[in-house]
Write a protein that binds this ligand. Sequence first.
Ligand SMILES: [Zn+2]
Length: 314
Amino acid sequence: MRSALSAEHFHNEEAAFAYVEVRFWPDGPVCPKCGTVGRAGKLTGKTTRAGLWKCYVCRKPFTVRMGSVFESSHVPLRVWLQAIYLLCSSKKGISTRQIQRTFGCGLKTAWFLTHRVREAMKDLGVEPMGGEGGIVEIDETYIGTKKGAVVRRGYGHKNAVLSLVERRPAGAVVRSFHVEGHAAADLLPIIRAHVSSGSHIMTDEAGQYAHLNRYFTEHDFTSHAMGEYVRGIIHTNTVEGFYSVFKRGMKGIYQHCSEGHLHRYVAEFDFRYNTRVRLGVDDLARADLALVGAKGKRLTYQGTHRSRPAPLAN
Ligand SMILES: [Zn+2]
């Protein structure tokens, strides 16, 4: 038996740097100070820290951590790689407490690690979904209670998440958003920004989707209230399948997710769905994709506490 976690880059700091460097710098080391590519020397020696390079042009030392989510963190790179692997290979996510116990680190460190990994997973894509002949399912779900909201009937006090799922022959892909509410005014701008107008839209009978045929080539819906869930190709079963994993994870693992961070959990579930085994991506390949996402993204401690970005700029 060979455990996936027995790989060298999870245990040896030099190997961890080499692993990340190959993926961040396919054309050779990139100096973050002057931008020069492939003209730097590796600094070696017993007292030199792992992964240190010196630029031949500006003479400044640098490592592959600079300019990525790994910058200004005291956590060894090999531990970062373990955290990425665990979050990528756990279908319903992994709690901050679990990371704290597994790594033997403080809660704050565990929390920061996992949120940075989620940031690396964030990849909404810019291409419109669907298009001519394309089918996009749209639905929303509700998670937790908004801070200070009075619990009433309906969903007004809950956090709303909107998901767009494009059916594709090889397997569907999803984009989800933490939205202000479930009124048409909250949803329509996002739907129109992310879905091509030539698409065939599938929803349930909810009123907020009533006028989608004005903006899209075709809009069909099933009437859940009438007990109708599937009528040929008309259904929202794909997006509901995504929600079943999302909700189990959010309820079972992330019980106390605050509103301000929900957009990152949403990104985490989207990422794993869009890189799932059915699409030909295994755990290791998925972790590599998240790792590449860590490049060029920085998240300061203060940044982590900012509320969610505007959905359109996500
Ligand atoms: Zn330089």
